[in-house]
Design a protein around this ligand. Structure first.
Ligand code: HEC
Length: 267
């Protein structure tokens, strides 16, 4: 807001104030002139008493009128109770003719109607999806979206993925993979991939498949329930690909202290 804007607003407010004061002044002058020409006589004591009674009656009437709240809710004020008592009476207990307000009955029958529609929609006719079906649909959609995402060309971060990886025997790639293998994988798979807690990676036996794609997938998503970490969180797709190629390069290296084969033999 600029300085001139503030000035315009301030002047506008001042004008409104001056207008208000002028109107007030005019009213005062008018009243003064009227009282000087025809002065109002002071009320006599009887007149005063009459005015007081009229005021009290008006107040009492107001008290009898139901409040806005009672009107909206369709409630009867307690003062009307004597008009609602019905003829019969038992042991001094009387019944009031005070039916439940219509809005409440609409709500009540509304919930029953809603329950019927709900039951037919989800359980009988099966038009709507219940939570389990909704969950399945969402998982299906997510799987499709993931596939589409992985297949997207030019997606730099996912340039390599389990669908398009090819084995590479490039020395630089394998050296890179070997460097990544140190410290990260050696605690469980051994210095030379011979296997410690994790399986031997140098033989032809695989728990989760021995193709490039299989190995890439195992490293990427891990086997969390068996203690193999999902490395996609800490390594890039390219790094996982390099590791995969390094592991494939170890095939048949037969290191000392190799762990017994696990899984199925794959060519
Ligand atoms: C905390 C220990 C641990 C670490 C660290 C670890 N792994 Fe594993 N890895 C395992 C275990 C345990 C398995 C076997 C899972 C099973 O039994 O299904 C395994 C399985 C594998 C397999 C599949 C073997 C097969 O027979 O199918 C590959 C490939 C693999 N790991 C690669 C790696 C690579 C690469 C790294 C480093 C980036 C790594 N692992 C780090 C514990 C580990």
């Amino acid at each position: 807001m600029s300085y001139s804007d503030i000035l315009v607003i301030a002047m506008g407010l001042t004008a409104v104030m001056i207008l208000g004061v002028s109107i007030l002044m005019l009213k005062v002058i008018k009243f003064y002139v009227k009282e000087s020409v025809h002065p109002t006589p002071f009320p006599s004591p009887e007149e005063k008493a009459r005015q007081e009674i009229a005021l009290e009656q008006a107040l009492a009437l107001k008290r009898l009128k139901p409040s806005i709240w009672s009107k909206i809710m369709g409630l009867k004020p307690i003062s009307e109770e004597k008009d609602l008592v019905m003829e019969h009476e038992f042991d001094g207990i009387a019944e009031l003719n005070n039916p439940t307000p219509a809005w409440f009955m609409v709500l009540f029958y509304g919930t029953i109607f809603f329950a019927l529609v709900y039951m037919f929609n989800y359980e009988v006719l099966g038009w709507g999806q219940n939570q389990e079906q909704e969950y399945d649909t969402e998982i299906e959609q997510a799987a499709l979206a993931k596939e589409a995402f992985l297949l997207k060309p030019g997606n730099a971060k996912n340039a390599v993925n389990e669908n398009n990886i090819e084995q590479s025997k490039d020395e630089a790639v394998i050296k890179n993979g070997a460097a990544l293998f140190q410290n990260r994988c050696t605690p469980c798979h051994g210095e030379h991939g011979q296997g410690i807690v994790g399986p031997n990676l140098t033989d032809a036996y695989w728990l989760h498949g021995g193709t490039v794609k299989d190995i890439f997938k195992t490293i990427k998503y891990g086997v969390p329930e068996k203690g193999m970490i999902a490395w996609e969180k800490s390594l890039s797709a390219q790094q996982i690909a390099d590791l995969t190629n390094y592991i494939l390069s170890l095939q048949g290296s037969n290191p000392a202290g190799a762990k017994a084969p696990q899984g199925e033999k794959q060519p």
